[in-house]
Design a protein around this ligand. Structure first.
Ligand SMILES: Cc1ncc(COP(=O)(O)O)c(C=O)c1O
Length: 373
């Protein structure tokens, strides 16, 4: 099998699994208890907090562990807005992940104004067009650091500075960037940032919201007051330990992983460039080193995905979380891509175990399949 869907999830690193095992088997104490096994679990959670904070240059106290990127995004948007008198306005990027768009739409139903920030043909937000969507009621703005579909990387520092000048709090979904590109939370100007472990060779079901502590959030869950009251519920200790280890490894290996991915992506792009009817989306923008989204005129993306699957090659049609839906990707539509071409999209996202051979095999099978379809 050739796995080319690392933006959907990554395999767990054996070193991560090894770090997690003791907390599943022997050190199973509840970190809120005072006896030895509880204290061991507590210190493991706090060590992981330091590792995750280090990956993004944050303070450990700024890290709130969550059940993943989805919860982190919900906590950022709902937690922020619920803490304010109802209702003002929030802005979200047009290409955001559903875990930002859906809570934003839910807030809209409860009375908040919601604006979508348009992108250009390369999926980039044009700062000059922001004035058409902002108002004096805008309190929060959420723009992802990079798209899970196209890989397009936004100029977050410029957007955050723009928001700061207007007294608007800025959240960024960094789920796809952490472990792939360097992030510095304090320097980015971002006040809330979402992370997820399973996109960087960590376990599924754990993530974090990194937050500037001057921001007050209403918790999504109330209960035992864990995570300083920001996220009640007994900590998923083993997963948090795994997240910490994955973050530590990502810090050590990030630049090599990025170099390797970029080399393979260039090879892929070069191979595709000679093929008729094939379009690479957002190829003029800065993109994540491992990501390439393409369309093939006159071909259905899901059909293409299934044919590749029959050859043992796994790719995604747009965002994994919404595949199965018949609607073309909202990301491509917001970039002005025609519906038919958007429907043909597949995404290839490379990981550290991919080889030149994988790219050769993909190109050979892909060429044969599209000539038949
Ligand atoms: C950009 C982005 N944000 C958020 C998420 C959700 O993260 P999780 O799967 O940890 O809930 C994903 C997952 O696909 C993503 O790609």
């Amino acid at each position: 099998m050739i796995y080319l869907d690392h933006n959907a999830t990554t395999p767990i690193d054996s070193r991560v699994l090894e770090a997690m095992m003791p907390y599943l088997v022997s050190h199973y104490g509840n970190p809120s208890t005072l006896y030895r096994s509880g204290r061991l679990a507590r210190s493991a959670v706090e060590a992981a907090r330091i590792q995750v904070a280090s990956l993004v240059g944050a303070q450990p106290a700024q890290v709130i562990f969550t059940s993943g990127g989805t919860e982190a995004n919900n906590l950022a948007l709902k937690g922020f807005c619920w803490n304010k008198p109802c209702c003002a306005e929030l802005l979200v990027g047009a290409t955001e992940h559903d875990s930002v768009l859906s809570p934003a739409e839910s807030l809209e139903k409860s009375g908040w104004g919601l604006g979508r920030i348009p992108v250009d043909g390369n999926g980039l937000i044009d700062i000059d067009r922001l004035s058409s969507v902002v108002s004096d009621k805008t309190r929060l703005m959420s723009v992802m650091m990079a798209s899970n579909e196209t890989g397009v990387v936004q100029d977050i520092a410029a957007l955050a500075a723009w928001a700061k000048n207007r007294g608007i709090t800025f959240h960024s979904d960094a789920v796809q960037v952490a472990g792939k590109l360097p992030i510095n939370f304090p320097q980015s100007g971002v006040q809330m940032m979402s992370l997820s472990a399973h996109k960087m060779y960590g376990p599924k079901g754990v993530g974090a919201l990194v937050v500037d502590r001057s921001i007050e959030l209403e918790p999504l869950f109330h209960g035992g007051g864990q995570e300083k009251g920001d996220r009640s519920g007994t900590e998923n200790v083993a997963a948090i330990v795994g997240f910490g280890k994955a973050a530590e490894l990502a810090m050590q290996e990030r630049s090599q992983r990025a170099k390797d991915a970029e080399r393979l992506r260039s090879k892929l792009e070069k191979g595709l460039s000679g093929m008729a009817r094939v379009v690479v989306f957002a190829d003029q923008a800065k993109r994540l080193p491992n990501t390439l989204q393409l369309g093939v005129e006159g071909v259905d993306g899901e059909m293409l995905l299934m044919q590749l699957d029959r050859k043992g090659i796994e790719v995604s049609s747009g965002s994994a979380c919404s595949s199965g839906g018949k609607e073309p990707s909202h990301v491509l539509l917001s970039m002005g891509v025609e519906r038919e071409l958007a429907r043909s999209a597949i995404r290839v996202s490379l990981g550290r175990d991919n080889s030149e051979n994988d790219i050769d095999t993909f190109l050979r099978e892909f060429k044969q399949i599209i000539s038949r379809l």
